[in-house]
Design a protein around this ligand. Structure first.
Ligand SMILES: [Zn+2]
Ligand SMILES: [Zn+2]
Length: 159
């Protein structure tokens, strides 16, 4: 037990305490990545199901969520079967649209698949993104270069 007056253990950037009496406790990135996979199940895209969670950097607030699919009010299916041009809005794009948090607020993005280049640029323009966690590789890893070039940490988180 902690003595009174002793401040809590400092936290690592991943949200896990430096010392933990229960190391098996799931840490926030894992919890939110699982949530991103649950969100992906709502996707109506025939090609790929992707989910995104945008969190505050202390993981105390979820700022927005998204998954890929057609625009609200349109038919719940892809416009075309052509790979890479199915017409669906991407998961990260929808999460960025749903995020009303100011640019200045530091953010962490957790996405089931490595973002495409266009989504990486949208996340740049959302502002405040400090780190991106992704679980699955995507056909291009060009976005990793974009994130690194702009000072955003990017890390693969397999769950
Ligand atoms: Zn689609
Ligand atoms: Zn994308």
């Amino acid at each position: 037990m902690r003595e009174p007056g002793i401040p809590p253990n400092p936290r690592r950037p991943d949200g896990r305490p430096e010392e933990d009496s229960r190391p098996d406790r799931p840490y926030f990135p894992e919890i939110y990545m699982k949530m991103a996979f649950e969100l992906a199940k709502r996707s109506t895209c025939a090609r790929l199901q992707v989910g995104t969670v945008i969190s505050s950097v202390d993981y105390r607030r979820i700022l927005a969520v998204g998954y890929n699919g057609n625009a609200t009010g349109l038919a719940n299916r892809c416009d075309r079967t052509e790979p890479g041009n199915c017409g669906c809005l991407h998961s990260e794009e929808n999460a960025a649209i749903n995020c009303v948090e100011p640019r200045e607020t530091p953010k962490i993005v957790l996405v089931t698949h490595l973002p495409c280049v266009q989504c990486a640029k949208r996340l740049l323009n959302l502002g405040g993104v400090r780190r991106v966690y992704y679980a699955h590789e995507y056909r291009s890893d060009e976005s990793i270069r974009i994130f690194r070039e702009t000072g955003i940490e990017v890390e693969r988180l397999k769950i």
